[in-house]
Design a protein around this ligand. Structure first.
Ligand code: CMC
Length: 392
């Protein structure tokens, strides 16, 4: 079968070419379509960044208004799809609820599943961008036993999501503009990150010519894992458990360094960033501001800061080039905004959606794309004869 190179975890194998996102892990650089993340964060809206990632250029004001209004037309969920939420157990984690609902979109929109029909791809793109916030809000409402709210299309994507999440039917909901702006910026920070685990999953599934909904649903499941998007939930659980056990940071760090099974410093380390994660730097600045304003849990923030300080001056972490990643401080902000811990990874999914869509579309449009089909190095038995069951 010829020579096969072994690269467990794709540490240095590129699976595609891409013109969307650039990362320089040594320099701590992240750019979407050439624009540095620190110039986009706080200036470009999430919708604007979604347009940039998907279509390749920043929109003009007219293009942005048109894109926004086309998305707003698709925010409703089919009434039959709403029944799905009722069927899940009340304590269901919202991530599998999210991936199930996205997977189910393939059954509701059978007219737009052809990956090679640009019009169908376009409408699926709009439907996904518009409906994921509604799905996410309903997953939350289901978990707290509250009634669903219909989207209000006079509101923008983030405001609408906040209202559907925290509002009540027939009661006015005032969206706090600072909260909305902070969430919008966090979504921008998560919007794409080249060939990470979930995006590679979206591409791999899509490489078989599976439709956009099926591919993104698979990506959501990949994101759920605690080493990937699930880390934002794990960080908060880790901080709470350190606090519960008396706040002894040094003892926790010792356990991490001894590599006790299942004990890692969550929110630290990254496959590509070996200097710092530029997203984490922006999040950390935001955490101070948002927590002051919203009155978040300052004890946990202090604990996180101390933990970071201890880790950054410890040889174990220094030698391995382990720095805080994007997930280290985001959970504290989400908590201050009022989201329960289990919603944190859902917020990551909302942010990453335009990246998944952009990468799937780039792959489908690229004539060089082939079905993803890694090879293996076989380590099992060599040939041996079958033995009849009576003789074993
Ligand atoms: N705590 C303790 N040790 C760690 C950690 C950590 N968070 N991360 C890596 N190490 C150690 C690891 O044990 C290994 O040590 P040794 O060389 O002695 O075997 C060394 O550092 C290299 O790590 P690796 O596991 O080979 O690195 P990787 O590129 O395969 O893994 C990672 C990257 C992000 C999965 C890993 O750093 C990790 O598990 N971090 C904690 C989970 C986390 O925060 N994930 C979020 C990632 S960023 C956003 C996202 O994708 O969601």
């Amino acid at each position: 079968t010829g020579h096969v190179a072994l690269d467990i975890g794709f540490v240095n194998t590129a699976s595609c070419t891409s013109a969307i996102t650039y990362i320089d892990g040594d320099a701590g650089v992240l750019r979407y379509r050439g624009y540095p993340i620190d110039q986009l964060a706080g200036r470009a809206s999430f919708i604007e960044v979604s347009y940039l990632l998907i279509y390749g250029e920043l929109p003009t004001a007219a293009q942005l208004a048109d894109f926004d209004s086309r998305i707003r037309r698709h925010t409703l969920l089919h009434e039959d799809l709403k029944q799905f939420f009722k069927g899940f157990p009340r304590d269901a984690h919202p991530m599998p609820v999210l991936s199930s609902a996205v997977s189910a979109l393939s059954t509701f929109y059978q007219d737009s599943l052809d990956p090679f029909d640009p019009e169908q791809v376009e409408i699926s793109t709009l439907r996904l961008l518009a409906k994921l916030p509604t799905i996410a809000a309903y997953a939350y409402k289901k978990s707290v036993g509250q009634p669903f709210l219909y989207p209000d299309n006079s509101l923008g994507l983030v405001e609408n999501f906040l209202r559907m999440t925290f509002g009540f039917p027939a009661e006015p909901y005032e969206v706090d503009p600072e909260l909305a702006a902070a969430l919008d910026m966090l979504l921008v920070l998560h919007a794409d990150h080249e060939q990470n685990c979930s995006t590679s999953t979206v591409r791999l599934v899509g490489s078989s010519h599976a439709n956009l909904f099926a591919s993104v649903s698979a990506g959501i499941n990949a994101l759920f894992g605690p080493l990937h998007g699930g880390a934002n939930q794990s960080v908060l659980e880790m901080l709470e458990s350190i606090q519960r056990e008396g706040g002894d940071i040094d003892r926790f760090v010792e356990r991490v360094k001894k590599k006790e099974p299942g004990v890692k410093l969550m929110g630290f380390g990254h496959r590509v960033y070996k200097n710092y994660d530029p997203r984490a730097a922006i999040v950390k600045q935001t955490a101070d501001r948002v927590l002051d304003k919203l009155g978040g849990n300052n004890e946990l923030l202090d604990l996180a800061r101390q933990l970071e300080e201890v880790a950054l001056s410890d040889d174990y972490f220094v030698e391995r080039k382990l720095y805080p990643n994007v997930d280290f401080y985001t959970g504290l902000i989400y908590r201050a905004m009022g989201f329960p811990t289990r919603m944190f990874t859902v917020l990551f999914a909302l942010g990453r959606l335009p990246g998944w869509i952009a990468q799937w579309r780039e792959m489908i449009a690229d004539p060089a794309t082939k079905i993803g089909r890694p090879r293996q190095v076989y380590t099992g038995k060599t040939e041996r004869p079958y033995i009849d069951i009576a003789d074993r």
